[in-house]
Design a protein around this ligand. Sequence first.
Ligand code: GRF
Length: 214
Amino acid sequence: MTAKVRTAILISGRGSNMTALIEAAKKPDYPADIALVLSNRPDAGGLQRAAADGIATAIVDHKAHPDRESFEHRVDAVLREHGVEIVCLAGFMRILTPWFITRWEGRLINIHPSLLPDYRGLHTHARALADGVSRHGCTVHFVVPELDAGPTIAQASVPVLPGDDEAALSARVLEQEHRLYPAALADVAAGRVRLIEGAIADDRPADHARFLAG
Ligand code: GRF
């Protein structure tokens, strides 16, 4: 088998998606290896979880940097020191500048808790509930400079049920996030889906699951 693709996960918090990626990457035939977990917050719960699994961790505290540019230059340097090839954003709560995004173009992916293009930005579950939609979900996409606007790699949807509140709906979506992100990273790491000049190049077979339903 060809070498596994060295992957970093960027987090700011509890890291449940990070954990799902770490667990998936333990399988011998998984095409990516988690080489680094990096947090902008020293107190992110996910850091301890990653370290307990023997994964290298790094903290680049945005508060210790005078501006976004110097923060991102440091993140970029740490990623390169670890030989990282793909970067997964997983609850990373910093907006990235076009400089960073362009540098990692096609190798930078994110999970967002909505069926994009619906509900870009924050508070997606509350907004979906307020609108009374019947289905909601999550999306893994390539990151482009426009927020939550990059080409979709994969989506998973769930029903919105009578009596749902934000906690119930977000838990149902999160369960799907944990299935979707490992599947999407595998597709990117194996080169089955790529970003070419801003558009998706998709070599996945027609029956390959890009849209999961929960
Ligand atoms: C997830 O809902 C993800 O979609 C969003 O931030 C949340 C992170 O949760 N981008 P976790 O830290 O992975 O548990």
